[in-house]
Write a protein that binds this ligand. Sequence first.
Ligand code: PEP
Ligand code: MG
Length: 567
Amino acid sequence: MLKGIAASSGVAIAKVYKLEQPKVEIVKREADAAAEVKKFEEALEKTKADIEAIKERASKRLSEEELAVFDAHLMMASDPEFASQITAMINNDHVNAEYAASEVSTQMVTMFESMDNDYFRERAADIKDVTFRLKCNLLGLMIPDLSLINEDSIVVAHDLTPSDTAQLNEYAKGFATAIGGRTSHSAIMARSLEIPAVVGCSGVMEEAKHGDIMILDALEGEVFLNPDAETVQKYEKKAAAFAEEKEALKVLKTAKSITTDGHQVELAGNIGTPKDVEGVLNNGGEGIGLYRTEFLYMNADHFPTEDEQFEAYKEVLEGMGGRRVVVRTLDIGGDKKLNYFTFPEEMNPFLGYRAIRLCLDRTDIFRTQLRALIRASVYGKLCIMFPMIATVQEFRDAKAIFNEEKENLIKEGVAVADNIEVGMMVEIPAAAVNADNFAKEADFFSIGTNDLIQYSMAADRMSEHVSYLYQPYNPSILRLVKMTIDGAHKEGKWAGMCGEMAGEPYAVPLLLGMGLDEFSMSATSVLKARKMVTSLSKKEASALAEEALQLATAEDVLSLVKSRIDK
Ligand code: PEP
Ligand code: MG
């Protein structure tokens, strides 16, 4: 059994699909030329067929422009010069095909890389890709491809990137990764895909082999390899009980999020792409409290144009049918990189050039996004918020650019909604303690506890080594949250929370008690949260929060909440 962090609840039992690039080791051998040439020609044909097949599958998801990379690879694999140099080397030197392929490709790559021309440098990358596939085919090694999974599987990987998770199909029953924490992006993606996941499971890459049977208990954060029949039976029962509980919660789908003494709050969902809207509505979400627009940028090979962005925002607003949609402007940097943009080298990228800092510097990028958002505003109820605001001046600068673009669009004769709210994320401690001042200028707050906890505890949210410091119940965090909510209310503004804490069942009573107005979470947490809200009175929640704020440790707070709720 391996221990990890439960990141997306559920239980799955299936075969392991290991996402690991094969290690290609080439040794030079003397070989029969005719046999090697034949082997090479067959492997080259298979390589072309593989690329065609990947392109075909990708064509359902990607645009023509994005598919161009596969054409470049096909062109390379069909280049007569490339093939003839390899066959010549086999015939002249009587060496094995993989050695010849490797040598020829290294020579070509060196030549192209030394050229002072972008086009040729890109060709060097194509040669490397094609030759890697060719060598794997010559050596009989499998290159894993998530979109090819065609039987129930649990994906095991070091980590999963957003584009990996985008490739997961209906056969992927869950995943286990070696690194990551509850708020790393793979964990957030798992929750929006509604599949169980255990992250930060060190040792899983060493222990699990392709095809092993795995039990993934993402309620406890445990992984079992090749279990006996009795254990399998036990976990089948656990999986069934989990499914039953999920089903039972569905009666709350259309219920109001209202306490027994009539205090109403909003329970909303977090999304990464327009496709996630359906999951929010199916799970009884009353709005979108966080649309992480960076996925639009991360899943592309260029900065999305104003029109491309407009279409995405319009789809979300229309999909939500007039319910509130809070869109966060671009939050890249830290662990969220773009392959078409070079970030400066920094010692601490999480503390560096990112999010609103980058947008206020590269206002061209920022203005394009704001224009797309303002144009989409007429299709629903739009709120815009800025990520990583630390100072009042940053908020003012960002808001001024928003106002300028709004005026520009009005002058251009474009229809614009007159009720767009402009707020900010409170995810830097400096903003939380200064909340009353921010509230004079921002229309609303959304507390980002994933980062607020990371920065308050000085503990990298991606590191499983310090994941014990992710302490949403720590009184220090509760006090920052309370200050933020009070700051908003003092100025008649609303306060929401879109960090993972908002969906933690035992945090809900505390947040309710502190007066949080909107809770935004992974869609799958909404019904559980509603069950909690509807079973409590605001009066008892407030008393509970007051008591909790006086305690010293996270453990004390959690046991207090449990003693009241689980009674
Ligand atoms: C947060 O920091 O709490 C948040 C919601 O944003 P992200 O997880 O995208 O950083
Ligand atoms: Mg954040």
